[in-house]
Design a protein around this ligand. Structure first.
Ligand SMILES: Nc1ncnc2c1ncn2[C@@H]1O[C@H](COP(=O)(O)OP(=O)(O)OP(=O)(O)O)[C@@H](O)[C@H]1O
Length: 592
């Protein structure tokens, strides 16, 4: 309301000024000195208002932009969090749309929100001045108004093109951000320096920028051309008007005040028209951006919502994959081809297979990051598609192969595994002991309160600490184990980065921890799963062998051969260490 009041007053100012100026000039010319003070006082008051109002408007506008920004961002990120699966985040078209939607900030929406008041003010000014002009010369008022129409049309179409151009540049802009972030990213710094990638990346950044700028330049050129042509048209109109007014004044049919008011009214009308067109164009730009925001908001859920959701009971019998087929998209090859697997409640199941066999994919399906293309996954007989994903995930603890390293304190890095237990230090320490992270964290300068980051400063302005790869892995494992009481524990390569001693220790503790719990362990280290209740071998998306370690070795199939290769690698090296150095035979054979 305050913005509206300020707008109306500000909108009437120019007309008032023109009118009072006419009174003053006529008063001065006509004689009696007592007709001068009132218009002078009026002009002073109008000048004061004209000086103060813009600042009041600017404050009110910034405030409304801030509020709108909070609202829009809250809305957008709530929607994005609502996408429960991963497929949207792997869809470049969605990422481009999201980038455009994120540009619809409070500030960018200004032309629609507070800009509406501008538009309102300018329209009021315009009507006032056009009215004044029409009194003096209806023809001139008509001409000035009609000359504005092509300007308006041209600007609108330019804005449409501009937003289309920005949208078309989304992919290039994302590439540019990607390349430039590699140049400044601490994670990438090693390889960038060793491989001498700096220049290569810089050229890519500049290349993307240049191509984006070329499109902008074309549009700017077009805009400058149309705008100049249209400005010339209005100048011609006002020039003609002035000639006409001067002619009338010379022949005594207009007073000096009339001519002054006329010239001011024409100039003011044209300025108000330009401002109105500018408002409308900016508003249309903002609305086109808002369209992207709305498109993201209106996207359907990526995972079909549960058909009549049922509550997920605690696991009592087991999890069953029944003829599960999966590919990442219609044009992608099948990754899982008819997997039948039961993970009985309370059993420790191990999943092994060559790189790319589909092990991590199977885990992602268990977490319902994607739905199987065919087949079902049953949790005690309940199709997991009938359960809200959050409820399913709340029943699982998972260590992903590509786990996150958060720039948070050690305690928080573990605690994020169970947000409710974030401040439960005993629970965090228990999990850390189990994963072997405890001894690492205790040796840090502030123990569990040490910031594990080199990009943020700690509470006392001290730099954070960098952990080694294996140390991070222990922290990540603790993060999964802090949810240890969950029904299903899934560990994807939990020990790949650990030294032999730590690996042995971790697996020993995990064996104890997993005993009697339902767990699925993916690993290339076959020695670590010898006592799993069930070992499953995945090859090309199919289960080709299953049984206990002894069953599989006795069967003499692929598992037995892999196990023998790994074991013999160690034995040969132990006997004649020098003879085989550099042959690579000590590397995990499953990886070859
Ligand atoms: N997000 C994805 N989009 C498309 N294809 C994918 C995606 N993730 C994995 N794939 C493909 O699916 C196949 C199986 O990958 P997956 O990660 O499940 O293998 P894995 O058995 O875990 O291998 P590794 O032992 O190397 O971890 C691979 O061919 C891979 O290219």
């Amino acid at each position: 309301a305050s913005q509206l009041a300020v707008t109306v007053v500000a909108g009437l100012l120019p007309t008032g000024t023109v009118w009072v100026t006419k009174l003053l000039v006529d008063g001065l010319v006509a004689g009696p000195a007592d007709r001068v003070p009132a218009p002078v006082a009026g002009l002073v008051a109008l000048g004061l208002a004209a000086g103060v109002l813009p600042h009041v408007t600017a404050y009110l506008r910034a405030e409304s932009d801030r509020r709108l920004d909070l609202l829009l961002q809250d809305r957008l990120y709530t929607r994005v969090n609502g996408f429960q699966g991963l497929s949207r985040f792997e869809d470049p078209a969605f990422l481009d749309e999201l980038r455009m939607a994120a540009q619809a900030t409070g500030g960018a929406m200004g032309p629609v929100t507070s800009g509406l008041f501008d538009l309102c003010r300018n329209v009021i000014t315009l009507i006032g001045l056009l009215g004044a002009l029409a009194v003096m010369s209806p023809l001139m008022a008509g001409l000035v108004a009609v000359a504005a129409l092509p300007v308006l049309a041209a600007r609108m179409s330019l804005e449409k093109r501009r937003v289309k151009m920005i949208a078309g540049q989304s992919a290039a802009a994302r590439r540019q951000i990607f390349y430039s972030s590699l140049i400044t990213d601490v994670e990438a710094a090693k390889e960038v320096r060793l491989f001498g990638l700096g220049d290569f990346l810089r050229r890519r950044v500049i290349g993307e920028l240049t191509s984006m700028q070329a499109a902008e330049r074309r549009l700017d050129g077009r805009e400058a051309l149309t705008q100049s042509a249209l400005a010339a048209l209005s100048a011609l109109v006002s020039g003609a008007g002035l000639v006409w007014a001067v002619h009338l004044a010379l022949t005594g049919r207009l007073t000096l005040g009339d001519v002054t008011a006329f010239a001011a009214a024409v100039a003011g009308t044209q300025a108000a028209l330009v401002a109105t067109v500018e408002n409308a164009a900016n508003a249309s730009h903002a609305l086109l951006l808002f369209d992207h925001h709305e498109r993201v908001m209106s996207l359907s859920d990526d995972l079909p919502s549960p058909r009549g959701p049922v509550a997920l009971p605690a696991l009592r019998r087991g999890i069953e994959l029944r003829d599960v087929w999966f590919r990442y998209g219609e044009s992608h090859p099948w990754v899982l081809r008819g997997v039948d697997l039961t993970i009985p409640c309370g059993a420790s199941v191990a999943l092994v297979g060559l790189n790319g066999a589909g092990k991590s994919t199977l885990i992602k399906l268990l977490c319902r990051f994607y739905d199987p293309s065919r087949g079902v996954i049953l949790w005690d007989g309940v199709d997991i598609r009938d359960v809200p994903p959050a409820e399913l995930r709340a029943r699982m603890g998972v260590l992903f192969q590509d786990y996150m390293s958060y720039d948070l304190t050690a305690a928080e890095n573990i605690g994020v595994g169970e947000v409710e237990a974030m401040s439960d230090r005993a629970r965090i320490e228990n999990a850390a002991e189990l994963s072997g992270a405890d001894q690492v964290v205790r040796a840090l300068p502030q123990g569990y309160d040490t910031l594990l980051s080199r990009i943020f400063l700690g509470p006392e302005d001290d730099a954070g600490v960098v952990l080694s790869g294996g140390q991070w892995q222990r922290v990540a494992l603790a993060r999964a184990l802090v949810r240890g009481h969950r029904d299903l524990l899934v560990l994807d390569e939990p020990s790949s980065g650990l030294d032999a001693q730590a690996e042995h220790e971790v697996h020993r503790r995990l064996r104890e921890h997993r005993a009697g719990r339902t767990s699925l362990l993916v690993t290339h280290r076959l020695g670590a799963i010898r006592d799993a209740d069930l070992i499953v071998v995945l090859r090309d998306g199919r289960i080709v062998e299953r049984g206990t370690h002894d069953d599989l070795v006795a069967a003499g199939g692929g598992y037995a051969r892999l196990f023998e290769t790994q074991a013999s690698g160690y034995r040969v090296d132990a006997r004649t260490p020098a003879a085989h150095r550099g042959t690579g035979r000590d590397r995990a054979p499953l990886n070859r």
